[in-house]
Ligand binder design. Structure first.
Ligand code: ZN
Ligand code: ZN
Length: 155
């Protein structure tokens, strides 16, 4: 089995989940690995398909339960896509924003400190105390821009 840096994430998740009283079984470990390793947000069904290829005895219910547990511990975020079903992606360890490729789904986190300051100002102007925001950017990643330029990708 090849070791990827992301395995550290799923190892950390395993510890946190067991501390929260969740038993880590082989199927659950496969699910954790898949979510932790993914560079793009995945739907529960995608997680299910990928996990089944690694470990037998995985049910879709197990996938949903594991996601639920990860959510409770704020280890994954729900990611919204225009016109698509919801997906989950590993959380960043502090408040950050997600930039998502609309073509292949590859995602990365970014800080948005200047924008955040503006959000507070907008709130003040409108007489609100801003206590939170939800910010996600969509675009084309470097690879997809290249293939986009060589051939038109149907939307
Ligand atoms: Zn923010
Ligand atoms: Zn892309």
């Amino acid at each position: 089995m090849k070791k990827k840096p992301q395995n550290l994430i799923s190892q950390k998740w395993e510890i946190l989940l067991s501390q929260a009283g969740y038993r880590i079984t082989q199927p659950r470990r496969a699910i954790l690995d898949i979510i932790a390793e993914s560079c793009r947000p995945l739907t529960p069904v995608e997680i299910y398909d990928l996990a089944r290829a690694r470990s037998s005895g995985i049910g879709l219910v197990t996938v949903y339960r594991t996601i639920e547990k990860l959510e409770e511990l704020h280890l994954v975020d729900h990611v919204h896509h225009l016109g698509e079903c919801q997906t989950v992606f590993r959380s960043s360890d502090h408040h950050q924003h997600l930039l998502i490729c609309t073509n292949c789904g590859t995602s990365c986190y970014f800080d948005g400190l200047e924008v955040e300051e503006q959000f507070n100002q907008i709130g003040q102007q409108l007489g609100y105390e801003v206590t939170g925001h939800w910010l996600q950017l969509a675009g084309l990643c470097e690879d997809c821009q290249k293939s986009h330029n060589s051939k038109k990708v149907p939307e």
